[in-house]
Design a protein around this ligand. Structure first.
Ligand SMILES: Cc1cc2nc3c(=O)[nH]c(=O)nc-3n(C[C@H](O)[C@H](O)[C@H](O)COP(=O)(O)OP(=O)(O)OC[C@H]3O[C@@H](n4cnc5c(N)ncnc54)[C@H](O)[C@@H]3O)c2cc1C
Length: 416
Protein backbone atom coordinates (compact mmCIF):
# COMPACT_ATOMS: atom_id res chain seq x y z
CA UNK A 1 0.00 0.00 0.00
CA UNK A 2 1.40 3.38 -1.04
CA UNK A 3 2.12 5.77 1.80
CA UNK A 4 0.49 9.09 0.91
CA UNK A 5 -1.62 11.83 2.45
CA UNK A 6 -4.61 10.43 0.59
CA UNK A 7 -4.14 6.94 2.06
CA UNK A 8 -3.51 8.40 5.50
CA UNK A 9 -6.84 10.25 5.41
CA UNK A 10 -8.65 7.26 3.87
CA UNK A 11 -7.40 4.95 6.64
CA UNK A 12 -8.61 7.23 9.40
CA UNK A 13 -12.17 6.13 8.50
CA UNK A 14 -11.31 2.52 9.42
CA UNK A 15 -9.40 3.48 12.56
CA UNK A 16 -6.11 2.66 10.75
CA UNK A 17 -6.98 -1.05 10.89
CA UNK A 18 -6.60 -1.65 7.13
CA UNK A 19 -2.91 -0.88 6.60
CA UNK A 20 -1.30 -3.97 5.11
CA UNK A 21 2.00 -5.37 6.52
CA UNK A 22 5.06 -3.62 5.05
CA UNK A 23 6.36 -6.97 3.76
CA UNK A 24 5.14 -10.57 3.57
CA UNK A 25 6.34 -13.34 5.88
CA UNK A 26 7.56 -15.51 2.99
CA UNK A 27 7.93 -19.31 3.10
CA UNK A 28 11.13 -20.55 1.42
CA UNK A 29 10.75 -21.97 -2.09
CA UNK A 30 12.85 -24.89 -3.25
CA UNK A 31 14.91 -22.82 -5.72
CA UNK A 32 15.77 -19.17 -6.46
CA UNK A 33 17.70 -17.42 -9.22
CA UNK A 34 19.55 -15.43 -6.56
CA UNK A 35 19.88 -15.90 -2.81
CA UNK A 36 21.23 -13.00 -0.75
CA UNK A 37 22.51 -14.12 2.64
CA UNK A 38 22.11 -11.40 5.28
CA UNK A 39 19.05 -9.22 5.88
CA UNK A 40 20.91 -6.04 6.80
CA UNK A 41 20.75 -2.84 4.79
CA UNK A 42 23.25 -4.09 2.21
CA UNK A 43 21.52 -7.41 1.56
CA UNK A 44 18.06 -5.86 1.27
CA UNK A 45 19.29 -2.97 -0.90
CA UNK A 46 20.97 -5.52 -3.19
CA UNK A 47 17.74 -7.50 -3.55
CA UNK A 48 15.81 -4.27 -4.18
CA UNK A 49 18.15 -3.08 -6.96
CA UNK A 50 18.35 -6.58 -8.49
CA UNK A 51 14.59 -6.46 -8.92
CA UNK A 52 14.30 -2.75 -9.74
CA UNK A 53 17.30 -2.25 -12.04
CA UNK A 54 17.91 -5.71 -13.48
CA UNK A 55 14.44 -7.29 -13.66
CA UNK A 56 15.39 -10.34 -11.54
CA UNK A 57 12.48 -11.17 -9.24
CA UNK A 58 13.02 -14.79 -8.16
CA UNK A 59 15.16 -13.72 -5.20
CA UNK A 60 15.30 -14.64 -1.50
CA UNK A 61 16.98 -12.70 1.29
CA UNK A 62 17.85 -15.14 4.09
CA UNK A 63 18.34 -13.65 7.55
CA UNK A 64 19.31 -15.72 10.57
CA UNK A 65 17.52 -13.44 13.04
CA UNK A 66 15.31 -10.46 12.25
CA UNK A 67 16.10 -7.98 9.47
CA UNK A 68 18.18 -5.07 10.73
CA UNK A 69 19.26 -7.02 13.82
CA UNK A 70 22.92 -6.79 12.78
CA UNK A 71 25.03 -3.69 12.27
CA UNK A 72 22.34 -2.00 10.19
CA UNK A 73 20.29 -1.46 13.34
CA UNK A 74 23.24 -0.85 15.66
CA UNK A 75 25.19 1.98 14.06
CA UNK A 76 25.49 5.69 14.85
CA UNK A 77 23.67 6.58 11.59
CA UNK A 78 26.28 8.94 10.11
CA UNK A 79 26.03 9.51 6.36
CA UNK A 80 28.90 11.29 4.57
CA UNK A 81 31.09 11.27 1.48
CA UNK A 82 34.27 12.92 2.69
CA UNK A 83 37.02 10.67 1.36
CA UNK A 84 40.39 11.45 -0.17
CA UNK A 85 41.26 8.56 -2.42
CA UNK A 86 40.25 8.01 -6.02
CA UNK A 87 38.90 4.53 -5.28
CA UNK A 88 36.63 5.76 -2.48
CA UNK A 89 35.28 9.25 -3.14
CA UNK A 90 33.31 8.52 -6.36
CA UNK A 91 31.63 5.50 -4.71
CA UNK A 92 30.64 7.37 -1.53
CA UNK A 93 29.51 10.47 -3.48
CA UNK A 94 27.29 8.20 -5.57
CA UNK A 95 25.93 6.73 -2.35
CA UNK A 96 25.17 10.21 -0.99
CA UNK A 97 23.34 11.08 -4.21
CA UNK A 98 21.22 7.94 -3.82
CA UNK A 99 20.51 8.90 -0.19
CA UNK A 100 19.28 12.31 -1.34
CA UNK A 101 16.40 10.77 -3.29
CA UNK A 102 15.91 7.60 -1.24
CA UNK A 103 12.70 8.65 0.49
CA UNK A 104 10.97 9.37 -2.83
CA UNK A 105 12.49 6.26 -4.38
CA UNK A 106 11.25 3.96 -1.60
CA UNK A 107 8.10 5.90 -0.69
CA UNK A 108 9.35 5.58 2.89
CA UNK A 109 10.50 8.13 5.45
CA UNK A 110 14.12 7.20 6.22
CA UNK A 111 14.51 10.49 8.14
CA UNK A 112 17.44 11.62 6.03
CA UNK A 113 18.82 14.74 7.72
CA UNK A 114 21.56 16.62 5.86
CA UNK A 115 22.66 18.55 8.90
CA UNK A 116 26.35 18.70 8.00
CA UNK A 117 29.32 16.60 9.17
CA UNK A 118 32.23 18.52 10.69
CA UNK A 119 35.69 17.01 11.25
CA UNK A 120 37.67 19.11 13.75
CA UNK A 121 41.37 19.82 13.25
CA UNK A 122 43.79 20.57 16.03
CA UNK A 123 47.14 21.35 14.35
CA UNK A 124 48.47 23.09 11.24
CA UNK A 125 49.54 19.76 9.77
CA UNK A 126 46.06 18.36 10.26
CA UNK A 127 44.55 21.45 8.63
CA UNK A 128 46.80 20.90 5.59
CA UNK A 129 45.66 17.29 5.35
CA UNK A 130 42.02 18.43 5.53
CA UNK A 131 42.61 21.05 2.81
CA UNK A 132 43.93 18.26 0.60
CA UNK A 133 40.95 16.05 1.37
CA UNK A 134 38.49 18.93 0.86
CA UNK A 135 40.03 19.68 -2.54
CA UNK A 136 39.81 16.02 -3.54
CA UNK A 137 36.14 16.04 -2.55
CA UNK A 138 35.45 19.20 -4.58
CA UNK A 139 37.26 17.80 -7.60
CA UNK A 140 34.97 14.75 -7.48
CA UNK A 141 31.91 17.00 -7.54
CA UNK A 142 31.24 16.71 -3.82
CA UNK A 143 30.92 19.56 -1.30
CA UNK A 144 33.45 20.65 1.33
CA UNK A 145 33.96 23.82 3.38
CA UNK A 146 37.05 24.62 5.45
CA UNK A 147 36.05 26.44 8.62
CA UNK A 148 38.15 28.59 10.93
CA UNK A 149 38.01 28.49 14.69
CA UNK A 150 35.82 31.62 15.07
CA UNK A 151 33.26 30.37 12.56
CA UNK A 152 33.15 27.08 14.42
CA UNK A 153 32.76 28.78 17.79
CA UNK A 154 29.63 30.55 16.51
CA UNK A 155 28.23 27.34 15.13
CA UNK A 156 29.27 24.84 17.81
CA UNK A 157 29.49 26.92 21.02
CA UNK A 158 29.36 23.85 23.28
CA UNK A 159 32.89 22.65 22.37
CA UNK A 160 35.92 23.46 24.54
CA UNK A 161 37.89 26.15 22.70
CA UNK A 162 39.81 27.79 25.54
CA UNK A 163 41.18 25.21 27.94
CA UNK A 164 41.28 22.16 25.74
CA UNK A 165 44.11 19.66 25.93
CA UNK A 166 43.94 19.55 22.11
CA UNK A 167 42.99 23.12 21.04
CA UNK A 168 40.42 23.27 18.24
CA UNK A 169 41.79 25.28 15.31
CA UNK A 170 38.98 24.70 12.80
CA UNK A 171 37.12 22.04 10.88
CA UNK A 172 36.32 20.53 7.51
CA UNK A 173 32.60 20.46 6.91
CA UNK A 174 30.57 18.51 4.40
CA UNK A 175 27.20 20.31 4.48
CA UNK A 176 25.40 17.52 2.59
CA UNK A 177 26.47 14.91 5.14
CA UNK A 178 24.30 14.08 8.14
CA UNK A 179 22.27 11.22 9.54
CA UNK A 180 19.41 8.90 8.59
CA UNK A 181 17.23 6.62 10.68
CA UNK A 182 19.00 3.26 10.41
CA UNK A 183 16.16 0.81 10.89
CA UNK A 184 13.83 2.84 8.66
CA UNK A 185 16.36 2.30 5.86
CA UNK A 186 16.18 -1.45 6.41
CA UNK A 187 12.37 -1.43 6.51
CA UNK A 188 12.14 0.82 3.46
CA UNK A 189 14.33 -1.44 1.35
CA UNK A 190 12.53 -4.54 2.66
CA UNK A 191 9.17 -3.09 1.68
CA UNK A 192 10.47 -2.00 -1.74
CA UNK A 193 11.98 -5.43 -2.41
CA UNK A 194 8.86 -7.26 -1.22
CA UNK A 195 6.73 -5.13 -3.57
CA UNK A 196 8.89 -6.52 -6.39
CA UNK A 197 8.25 -10.16 -5.30
CA UNK A 198 11.49 -10.69 -3.35
CA UNK A 199 11.02 -13.26 -0.54
CA UNK A 200 12.34 -11.95 2.77
CA UNK A 201 12.85 -14.96 5.03
CA UNK A 202 13.70 -14.26 8.66
CA UNK A 203 14.82 -16.78 11.30
CA UNK A 204 16.57 -18.73 8.56
CA UNK A 205 20.27 -19.25 9.29
CA UNK A 206 22.51 -20.47 6.50
CA UNK A 207 24.54 -23.40 7.82
CA UNK A 208 26.21 -24.61 4.63
CA UNK A 209 26.92 -23.65 1.03
CA UNK A 210 26.32 -26.33 -1.62
CA UNK A 211 28.59 -26.61 -4.64
CA UNK A 212 29.10 -29.00 -7.55
CA UNK A 213 32.12 -28.93 -9.85
CA UNK A 214 33.27 -25.60 -8.42
CA UNK A 215 29.89 -23.89 -8.95
CA UNK A 216 27.19 -22.84 -6.51
CA UNK A 217 24.04 -24.98 -6.31
CA UNK A 218 22.36 -23.75 -3.12
CA UNK A 219 22.46 -23.47 0.66
CA UNK A 220 21.63 -25.52 3.73
CA UNK A 221 19.60 -23.58 6.26
CA UNK A 222 17.83 -24.11 9.56
CA UNK A 223 14.65 -24.23 7.44
CA UNK A 224 15.94 -26.81 4.98
CA UNK A 225 17.99 -26.87 1.78
CA UNK A 226 17.30 -24.19 -0.85
CA UNK A 227 18.67 -24.27 -4.41
CA UNK A 228 20.15 -21.19 -6.12
CA UNK A 229 21.98 -20.24 -9.31
CA UNK A 230 23.79 -17.37 -7.60
CA UNK A 231 24.52 -16.46 -3.99
CA UNK A 232 25.52 -13.06 -2.64
CA UNK A 233 27.11 -12.84 0.81
CA UNK A 234 26.20 -9.64 2.71
CA UNK A 235 26.76 -10.78 6.28
CA UNK A 236 29.17 -8.09 7.58
CA UNK A 237 30.96 -9.42 10.69
CA UNK A 238 30.03 -13.00 9.81
CA UNK A 239 31.69 -12.87 6.38
CA UNK A 240 34.62 -15.10 7.35
CA UNK A 241 32.28 -17.74 8.75
CA UNK A 242 30.13 -17.84 5.63
CA UNK A 243 33.10 -17.77 3.24
CA UNK A 244 34.63 -20.68 5.18
CA UNK A 245 31.52 -22.72 4.31
CA UNK A 246 32.63 -22.37 0.69
CA UNK A 247 36.24 -23.15 1.57
CA UNK A 248 37.47 -19.54 1.30
CA UNK A 249 39.67 -17.57 3.70
CA UNK A 250 39.05 -13.80 3.58
CA UNK A 251 41.31 -10.81 4.35
CA UNK A 252 38.77 -9.77 7.00
CA UNK A 253 38.85 -9.70 10.81
CA UNK A 254 35.74 -9.45 12.97
CA UNK A 255 35.88 -6.86 15.76
CA UNK A 256 33.40 -5.33 18.20
CA UNK A 257 32.41 -1.67 17.84
CA UNK A 258 30.25 -0.05 20.49
CA UNK A 259 27.75 2.79 20.25
CA UNK A 260 26.33 4.86 23.11
CA UNK A 261 23.22 6.95 23.73
CA UNK A 262 22.51 9.39 26.56
CA UNK A 263 19.30 10.51 28.21
CA UNK A 264 17.20 12.84 26.04
CA UNK A 265 18.03 16.55 25.91
CA UNK A 266 16.51 19.59 24.26
CA UNK A 267 18.20 20.37 20.91
CA UNK A 268 21.90 20.96 21.54
CA UNK A 269 23.97 19.45 18.74
CA UNK A 270 22.69 20.43 15.28
CA UNK A 271 25.41 18.66 13.27
CA UNK A 272 27.56 15.55 13.30
CA UNK A 273 30.88 16.45 14.95
CA UNK A 274 34.03 14.33 14.97
CA UNK A 275 37.06 14.89 17.18
CA UNK A 276 40.36 15.20 15.33
CA UNK A 277 42.71 14.33 18.20
CA UNK A 278 41.13 11.01 19.05
CA UNK A 279 38.42 8.75 17.70
CA UNK A 280 35.05 10.21 18.73
CA UNK A 281 31.93 11.19 16.77
CA UNK A 282 28.66 12.57 18.07
CA UNK A 283 25.23 13.71 16.91
CA UNK A 284 21.81 14.14 18.48
CA UNK A 285 18.90 11.89 17.60
CA UNK A 286 15.39 13.19 16.93
CA UNK A 287 14.37 11.74 20.31
CA UNK A 288 16.97 13.99 21.97
CA UNK A 289 19.61 11.45 23.03
CA UNK A 290 23.22 12.19 22.16
CA UNK A 291 24.48 9.30 20.02
CA UNK A 292 28.22 8.70 19.94
CA UNK A 293 30.99 6.21 19.41
CA UNK A 294 34.74 5.78 19.11
CA UNK A 295 37.32 3.04 18.67
CA UNK A 296 36.92 -0.72 18.29
CA UNK A 297 37.16 -2.83 21.42
CA UNK A 298 40.51 -4.02 20.16
CA UNK A 299 40.24 -7.82 19.99
CA UNK A 300 38.63 -10.22 17.57
CA UNK A 301 35.14 -11.33 18.50
CA UNK A 302 31.77 -12.49 17.19
CA UNK A 303 29.93 -11.16 20.27
CA UNK A 304 27.44 -8.33 19.76
CA UNK A 305 28.42 -6.62 23.00
CA UNK A 306 31.38 -4.58 24.17
CA UNK A 307 33.44 -4.14 27.31
CA UNK A 308 33.79 -1.44 29.95
CA UNK A 309 37.41 -0.29 29.30
CA UNK A 310 36.27 0.98 25.87
CA UNK A 311 33.45 2.94 27.51
CA UNK A 312 36.06 4.84 29.51
CA UNK A 313 38.30 5.32 26.46
CA UNK A 314 35.49 6.71 24.27
CA UNK A 315 34.21 9.02 26.99
CA UNK A 316 37.73 10.36 27.61
CA UNK A 317 37.83 11.54 23.98
CA UNK A 318 34.32 12.95 24.28
CA UNK A 319 35.20 14.87 27.45
CA UNK A 320 38.36 16.27 25.86
CA UNK A 321 36.26 17.73 23.04
CA UNK A 322 33.08 18.63 24.92
CA UNK A 323 33.48 18.69 28.71
CA UNK A 324 29.76 19.31 29.37
CA UNK A 325 29.16 15.71 28.30
CA UNK A 326 30.29 14.72 31.79
CA UNK A 327 27.00 15.93 33.23
CA UNK A 328 24.95 13.47 31.23
CA UNK A 329 23.88 9.92 31.96
CA UNK A 330 24.57 7.24 29.38
CA UNK A 331 21.38 5.23 29.02
CA UNK A 332 22.51 2.40 26.76
CA UNK A 333 25.49 1.04 24.92
CA UNK A 334 25.71 -1.94 22.61
CA UNK A 335 28.08 -3.60 20.16
CA UNK A 336 28.07 -4.76 16.57
CA UNK A 337 30.41 -7.15 14.76
CA UNK A 338 32.48 -5.18 12.27
CA UNK A 339 33.90 -6.66 9.10
CA UNK A 340 37.33 -5.00 9.19
CA UNK A 341 39.36 -5.32 6.00
CA UNK A 342 43.15 -5.10 5.79
CA UNK A 343 43.18 -1.69 4.09
CA UNK A 344 40.01 -0.19 5.58
CA UNK A 345 38.08 -0.33 2.29
CA UNK A 346 35.29 -2.68 1.27
CA UNK A 347 35.13 -5.62 -1.12
CA UNK A 348 32.27 -5.90 -3.67
CA UNK A 349 33.28 -8.57 -6.15
CA UNK A 350 32.83 -11.99 -7.69
CA UNK A 351 34.72 -14.78 -5.96
CA UNK A 352 36.75 -17.54 -7.65
CA UNK A 353 33.74 -19.83 -7.07
CA UNK A 354 31.27 -19.73 -9.95
CA UNK A 355 28.02 -18.07 -8.77
CA UNK A 356 29.35 -16.83 -5.40
CA UNK A 357 29.60 -13.05 -4.85
CA UNK A 358 31.03 -11.13 -1.93
CA UNK A 359 30.07 -7.87 -0.20
CA UNK A 360 32.13 -7.19 2.93
CA UNK A 361 34.90 -5.15 4.58
CA UNK A 362 32.74 -2.18 5.60
CA UNK A 363 34.74 -1.37 8.72
CA UNK A 364 33.40 1.70 10.53
CA UNK A 365 31.48 3.10 7.61
CA UNK A 366 29.07 0.74 5.89
CA UNK A 367 25.81 2.42 6.83
CA UNK A 368 26.40 5.43 4.62
CA UNK A 369 27.38 3.05 1.82
CA UNK A 370 24.10 1.11 1.96
CA UNK A 371 22.46 2.47 -1.24
CA UNK A 372 25.61 2.39 -3.41
CA UNK A 373 26.67 -0.96 -1.99
CA UNK A 374 23.31 -2.48 -2.90
CA UNK A 375 23.38 -0.78 -6.30
CA UNK A 376 26.88 -2.00 -7.19
CA UNK A 377 26.48 -5.49 -5.71
CA UNK A 378 23.25 -5.98 -7.68
CA UNK A 379 25.05 -4.87 -10.85
CA UNK A 380 27.93 -7.27 -10.19
CA UNK A 381 25.61 -10.22 -9.48
CA UNK A 382 23.29 -9.54 -12.42
CA UNK A 383 25.95 -8.79 -15.05
CA UNK A 384 28.90 -10.78 -13.73
CA UNK A 385 31.21 -7.78 -13.83
CA UNK A 386 31.76 -4.77 -11.58
CA UNK A 387 30.06 -1.41 -11.93
CA UNK A 388 32.58 1.40 -12.40
CA UNK A 389 31.98 2.57 -8.82
CA UNK A 390 32.93 -0.79 -7.28
CA UNK A 391 35.62 -1.72 -9.80
CA UNK A 392 38.39 -0.79 -7.30
CA UNK A 393 36.82 -2.90 -4.53
CA UNK A 394 38.28 -6.15 -5.82
CA UNK A 395 38.99 -9.17 -3.65
CA UNK A 396 42.35 -9.81 -5.32
CA UNK A 397 43.75 -6.35 -4.53
CA UNK A 398 45.36 -7.82 -1.43
CA UNK A 399 47.40 -10.07 -3.74
CA UNK A 400 48.06 -7.54 -6.50
CA UNK A 401 48.93 -4.70 -4.11
CA UNK A 402 46.28 -2.25 -5.40
CA UNK A 403 45.22 -1.36 -1.87
CA UNK A 404 42.88 1.53 -1.01
CA UNK A 405 44.34 2.56 2.33
CA UNK A 406 42.46 5.81 3.06
CA UNK A 407 44.08 6.36 6.47
CA UNK A 408 47.51 5.04 5.61
CA UNK A 409 47.22 2.60 8.49
CA UNK A 410 48.84 -0.40 6.83
CA UNK A 411 47.59 -3.98 7.09
CA UNK A 412 46.19 -3.59 10.61
CA UNK A 413 42.40 -3.73 10.60
CA UNK A 414 42.06 -2.22 14.05
CA UNK A 415 43.44 1.16 12.95
CA UNK A 416 41.18 1.77 9.95
C1 LIG B 1 28.38 0.59 16.78
C2 LIG B 1 28.47 0.82 15.31
C3 LIG B 1 28.45 2.12 14.82
C4 LIG B 1 28.52 2.35 13.44
N1 LIG B 1 28.42 3.63 12.99
C5 LIG B 1 28.36 3.85 11.64
C6 LIG B 1 28.11 5.17 11.16
O1 LIG B 1 27.89 6.11 11.93
N2 LIG B 1 28.10 5.37 9.81
C7 LIG B 1 28.32 4.35 8.94
O2 LIG B 1 28.34 4.60 7.74
N3 LIG B 1 28.52 3.08 9.38
C8 LIG B 1 28.54 2.81 10.70
N4 LIG B 1 28.72 1.52 11.17
C9 LIG B 1 28.93 0.43 10.21
C10 LIG B 1 27.61 -0.04 9.60
O3 LIG B 1 26.64 -0.23 10.59
C11 LIG B 1 27.82 -1.35 8.87
O4 LIG B 1 28.96 -1.29 8.05
C12 LIG B 1 26.62 -1.66 7.99
O5 LIG B 1 25.43 -1.51 8.69
C13 LIG B 1 26.76 -3.07 7.47
O6 LIG B 1 25.54 -3.43 6.90
P1 LIG B 1 25.29 -4.88 6.44
O7 LIG B 1 23.94 -4.94 5.85
O8 LIG B 1 26.45 -5.29 5.58
O9 LIG B 1 25.45 -5.74 7.75
P2 LIG B 1 24.43 -6.18 8.90
O10 LIG B 1 23.39 -5.16 9.15
O11 LIG B 1 25.26 -6.62 10.06
O12 LIG B 1 23.69 -7.40 8.21
C14 LIG B 1 24.26 -8.68 8.10
C15 LIG B 1 23.18 -9.67 8.47
O13 LIG B 1 23.64 -10.97 8.16
C16 LIG B 1 23.00 -11.83 9.07
N5 LIG B 1 23.71 -13.12 9.07
C17 LIG B 1 24.95 -13.39 9.56
N6 LIG B 1 25.23 -14.69 9.43
C18 LIG B 1 24.15 -15.25 8.82
C19 LIG B 1 23.84 -16.57 8.41
N7 LIG B 1 24.69 -17.60 8.62
N8 LIG B 1 22.64 -16.81 7.80
C20 LIG B 1 21.76 -15.80 7.58
N9 LIG B 1 22.00 -14.53 7.99
C21 LIG B 1 23.19 -14.26 8.58
C22 LIG B 1 23.08 -11.09 10.38
O14 LIG B 1 22.15 -11.56 11.32
C23 LIG B 1 22.83 -9.65 9.94
O15 LIG B 1 21.49 -9.25 10.10
C24 LIG B 1 28.66 1.26 12.54
C25 LIG B 1 28.66 -0.05 13.04
C26 LIG B 1 28.54 -0.27 14.41
C27 LIG B 1 28.54 -1.67 14.93
Amino acid sequence: MKYSLFNLIRNTFSGHSRWTPAWRDATPKTHYDVIIIGGGGHGLATAYYLAREHGIHNIAVLEKGYIGGGNAGRNTTIVRANYLLEGNQPFYEWSLKLWESLEQELNYNVMMSQRGVINLYHSDAQRDAYVRRGNAMLMHGSDAVLMKRDELRDMLPYLDYDNARFPILGGLMQPRGGTARHDAVVWGYARGADMRDVDIIQNCEVTGIRMENGAITGVDTTRGAIGANKIGLAVAGNSSRLAAMAGMRLPIESHVLQAFVTEGLKPLIDHVVTFGAGHFYISQSDKGGLVFGGDLDGYNSYAQRGNLPMVEHVLESGMAMMPSLGRLRVLRHWGGIMDMSMDGSPIIDKTPIDGLYLNTGWCYGGFKATPASGWCFAHTIARDHAHRYNAPYRLDRFMTGNLIDERGGGPRPNVH
